[in-house]
Design a protein around this ligand. Structure first.
Ligand SMILES: Nc1ncnc2c1ncn2[C@@H]1O[C@H](COP(=O)(O)OP(=O)(O)OP(=O)(O)O)[C@@H](O)[C@H]1O
Length: 466
């Protein structure tokens, strides 16, 4: 006989007796959930816990000692729900439990039918995780770190189980466009039409109206024929506004109107056309800050950010670097599972990637172009300019002595911490640019910052560093 489809493990923390854990287990068993109490090591029983099974952390009287336990249980992106006694959990503690990795905190109060709530969550997680593990997602989007998985699950859930708009934020090269494409792919609207991409950063202001609304024949000089714009093309499909933070204010007002009213007119036309599309937007700007600065409409922001997901930069998911590299290498060479010499793996692991996953992909393509034969990727496959320059201990000591002298002189001259810090940063940028013959990209790579930051520094100088 096939076993129950939904399962979870129950961990109880801090409680002397397991009454609540046993009650939760009995209730879930009656609902067809295979729930097993997993004992912690040290109490004489074996701990067996399937890594794909969600965890329930049960605590009759939660206190701050629970935070560390919860963080441990959610490690590696494990799904984890905290179940507390009938009297609930202090509000402050609830927020801290969520920050420690819990997906939610549920009070086991019989009047609220908590078993049904827990079951509903377990069912939803199983469906979402099934999609996250499916080939269609795994082949395109690589990563297994907690921050990445959390973002991915959120996208999958919003895309597949709701009809809401999505705003994707994150630094350049973190995968926003890939995520927007996945969002459209997982949308299960019947008769779904196409994904239409508009790069708001590349729109020519004079043609912007036509780009979005389309135009009638003769609407302006050069409009020889009538043409559909992005709104019409996205009808019954998805409109992806990339770099939405770059959208000029007048266009923001027009977009808001179309989103609210679901109608528009072509430029030069007077027929109202009905339209219905799902919106996904991406930006590497902080849109809230743009709203505060008066550069982005608050009402439009609320519409676009119905649901939001932030993609972590690669430096916050360094454990994904080698997995991503292997994926790009296989893509470029057509060979799966090429081994990496340990020196190569170390170099990849220690390198900075200011342009995030895009940088890593470019590097993988350059390495793939040099690699020949079926053997491992070796240090000789690494392009010259990527080879790590070892700083010897003696050199490091010499640098420290020089730095001590310079800071000593600055302190004697009455300079404060901020002044010294900003001057050092400015000097590093100036000298790196000089060394690299004013090649902004190369200087950025050596300094471990983005090209964009150096461009801004050029434009704004010291103000940027403050
Ligand atoms: N998790 C991932 N798995 C596989 N490839 C990825 C992943 N994230 C990003 N990439 C790859 O990295 C490159 C940059 O991704 P993408 O264009 O989606 O980033 P972006 O955040 O939209 O960048 P920008 O803000 O500069 O437009 C692409 O080649 C994409 O395929």
């Amino acid at each position: 006989m096939a076993g129950p489809e939904i399962s979870c493990s129950i961990h109880f923390a801090g409680d002397r007796d397991a009454t609540l854990a046993v009650a939760v287990r009995s209730d879930l068993l009656l609902r067809g959930v295979s729930a097993e109490i997993v004992h912690r090591p040290g109490n004489g029983r074996a701990t067996v816990d399937d890594p794909d099974r969600p965890r329930l952390c049960v605590s009759a009287a939660p206190d701050s000692a629970l935070l560390e336990f919860v963080a441990g249980l959610s490690e590696g992106g494990r799904r984890m729900l905290v179940v507390v006694g009938e009297s609930g959990c202090a509000e402050g503690l609830t927020w801290r439990l969520l920050a420690s990795g819990a997906e939610d905190v549920v009070a086991w109060a019989s009047a609220d039918n908590p078993g049904a709530s827990v079951l509903a969550r377990l069912q939803r997680w199983r469906e979402v995780d099934g999609l996250v593990r499916s080939n269609v997602v795994r082949r395109q989007l690589v990563g297994a770190t907690t921050g990445w998985l959390r973002a991915l699950r959120r996208v999958v859930e919003v895309a597949h189980f709701t009809g809401a708009a999505l705003l994707v934020t994150g630094e350049t090269g973190t995968g926003k466009e890939l995520i927007a494409r996945l969002f459209h792919h997982l949308d299960n609207r019947p008769d779904k039409s196409d994904l239409i991409v508009v790069d708001c950063g590349a729109i020519v202001p004079t043609l912007a109206g036509s780009e979005f609304f389309g135009h009638e024949r003769g609407a302006f000089t050069g409009a020889m024929t009538a043409r559909d714009g992005a709104f019409a093309a996205a009808n019954k499909g998805t409109l992806f506004l990339d770099e939405v933070g770059e959208l000029p204010l007048p266009l923001q007002a027009e977009l808001l109107r179309v989103v609210q009213e679901s109608t528009f007119k072509r430029v030069g036309g007077d027929t109202w056309r009905k339209v219905s599309f799902r919106l996904v937007c991406a930006t590497n700007r902080d849109l809230r800050a743009e709203v505060s600065a008066g550069r982005f409409r608050l009402d439009l922001y609320h519409r676009l950010a119905a649901t939001m997901v932030h993609l972590p930069p690669l430096r916050e998911r360094r454990a994904d670097i080698l997995m991503l590299f292997r994926h790009f290498l296989a893509e470029a060479t057509g060979v799966e599972g090429l081994r990496l010499d340990p020196a190569v793996a170390r170099m990849l692991d220690q390198r900075e990637y200011p342009g995030n996953v895009r940088d890593l992909r470019q590097l993988a393509l350059r390495i793939a172009a040099r690699h020949v034969g079926p053997g491992p990727v070796t240090p000789g496959d690494i392009p010259d300019e990527e080879r790590p320059l070892e700083v010897s201990a003696a050199q490091e000591q010499q640098v420290q002595v020089l730095l001590d002298d310079a800071v000593e002189a600055a302190l004697s001259a009455g300079c404060g911490y901020r002044h010294i810090r900003d001057s050092a940063a400015e000097t590093a940028i100036r000298l790196a640019l000089r060394r690299c013959g004013d090649d902004l990209q190369e200087a950025a790579r050596r300094l471990g910052v983005t090209d964009r930051m150096l461009q801004k520094w050029r434009a704004q100088g010291r103000a940027l560093l403050q």
